[in-house]
Ligand binder design. Structure first.
Ligand SMILES: [Cu+2]
Length: 476
């Protein structure tokens, strides 16, 4: 699709017509493959990805919602972008919202300045901004997330619907067992119900009660009995945690935010915090049937194991599961094997220093109640953390409050070393790390390749807006 047709698509009526066309094509196919049928995919060609993204409020067709949402090109989620390492990327963002916006390429290892992953750019209403960067030739394959990141409007805009999946194709995709799997990219997004007040619950972080998967409520996903299903899950919510289990099946985690694990890790359930991604393989039972993908109850408030406010946390049976999608078998294939070995995960060198980041809420001068990092509320003009390009550091993330805080670092991925001094069971690249009340999580990161100013923050975006963010300057 060229630039002009994307802009045409962005006009409200055309967008709805196009979504309808996609949907009718989808029921005709032999396999109801929810991601490929309902998601608009834009792939780079000959090393170049060029795309117009129009941010505006449009009509959506998601039952239970108000029928309006903030979208890119009239789509919710936004178009799925697929890149190859080494690609030149040119994205033209058109702001047709009534407030400023911009774009963040969550998880990509690209420069934090210029027209790359620069969250300090401000695109005023009616203006456009062209983003231009090259994806490093050695960039790992993975599922990433583009969404607005203009401080002051980011939570409203993500909660309102803006965001999309960005796939980098490469190393892990070439694994023969992984390649043989049926791949589904699932964007998990909660939206306010028609009668829900969208402004309430900012302190805990706003959640909508309509649970959508690729813009549908409880879609059906058809797979062959005995086949291998690759679910690539993205939590695109403002604040909602998605604690997932697939009825009758074990999930085998093969990649986290920043790329592949060394070998599959079997999981009976999977917790995805806002901004987080997971890549899992499922060996669909040869017996076939219908299986619910459930979202299990989770409470983000209170200290685990302390009763009271902590009741109903993960592990508790309290509360009801929501069915977010249904896997149905159609036909059968010879059972497909899981991969044994994936990719090496680099062991980072010893850290040159350790820093401590304490997350809590409290009173901030001039702000009243705020969410704080090391006792301070975000100030765009202040550099909170200065690091040297090339250094490896350990960061101790400490939550002394009563709410869960998923900590997110831009540009460079992290490895969890330990949680409350318990060593992490396996090495994995992450860019969002959950820190529960009373917990100290030690992460290790290396500031590679790119100098410049960027941010770290709580990925409950309402908490970020209320001050839980800091500026980092990588000095080269
Ligand atoms: Cu938080």
């Amino acid at each position: 699709m060229n630039r002009r047709s994307f802009l045409a698509l962005a006009a409200g009526g055309a967008a709805v017509a196009s979504a309808t066309a996609l949907r009718s094509g989808w029921s005709a196919g032999p396999r109801r493959n929810i991601s490929s049928a309902t998601t608009s995919v834009v792939r780079s060609k000959a090393g170049v990805l060029e795309l117009d993204l129009v941010a505006q409020e449009t009509a959506i067709r998601i039952p239970g919602t108000s029928g309006r949402a903030l979208t890119y090109n009239g789509l919710l989620p936004g178009p799925q972008i697929e890149l190859q390492p080494g690609d030149a990327v040119r994205i033209h963002l058109h702001n047709r919202l009534n407030q400023p916006t911009n774009l963040h390429y969550h998880g990509l290892h690209i420069p934090p300045d210029g027209t790359a992953d620069n969250v300090f750019l401000r695109v005023a209403p009616g203006q456009q901004q062209s983003y231009s960067f090259s994806l490093p030739a050695n960039h790992p394959a993975g599922l990433f997330h583009y969404h607005p990141h203009h401080h002051g409007t980011v939570a409203d805009q993500v909660f309102g619907g803006l965001g999309g999946a960005l796939l980098v194709r490469g190393d892990l995709d070439r694994n023969p067992e992984v390649q043989a799997a049926q791949e589904e990219v699932l964007v998990l997004k909660d939206l306010p119900a028609a009668n829900e007040r969208s402004g309430s619950g900012v302190m805990l972080g706003r959640e909508g009660s309509v649970l959508s998967v690729n813009g549908q409520v409880n879609p059906e996903l058809q797979v062959a009995a005995g086949g291998l299903l690759r679910l690539r899950l993205l939590n695109a919510s403002n604040a909602r945690f998605w604690r997932l289990a697939l009825e009758g099946h074990t999930m085998h985690l093969i990649a986290t935010d920043g790329g592949a694990l060394e070998e599959p890790v079997p999981l009976q359930e999977l917790l995805l915090v806002p901004g987080e991604r997971a890549d899992v393989l499922v060996q669909v039972t040869p017996k076939g049937g219908r299986f619910r993908l459930n979202r299990l109850p989770y409470r983000r408030l209170g200290r685990p194991g302390m009763g009271g406010m902590g009741m109903g946390r993960a592990g508790s049976s309290q509360g009801q599961a929501d069915v977010i999608a249904t896997v149905t078998t159609i036909g059968a294939v010879a059972p497909q094997p899981l991969p044994q070995q994936l990719l090496a995960v680099e062991e980072l060198p010893s850290p040159v220093r350790t820093r401590r980041f304490v997350m809590n809420h409290g009173m901030a001068p001039g702000m009243g109640m705020a969410f704080l990092l090391n006792g301070q509320s975000y100030n765009h003009a202040r550099i909170d953390t200065r690091v040297q390009l090339g250094d490896t550091e350990d960061w101790e993330l400490v939550n002394t409050g009563v709410m869960d805080h998923p900590f997110h670092l831009h540009v460079n991925p992290m490895q969890v070393v330990s949680r409350n001094d318990r060593p992490e069971a396996y090495r994995a690249w992450r860019d969002v790390v959950l820190v529960r009340p009373g917990e100290t999580v030690r992460v290790r990161t290396r500031f590679s390749d790119f100098a410049g100013k960027s941010v770290y923050h709580c990925h409950i975006l309402d908490h970020e807006e209320l001050g839980m963010m800091g500026n980092i300057l990588i000095e080269g």
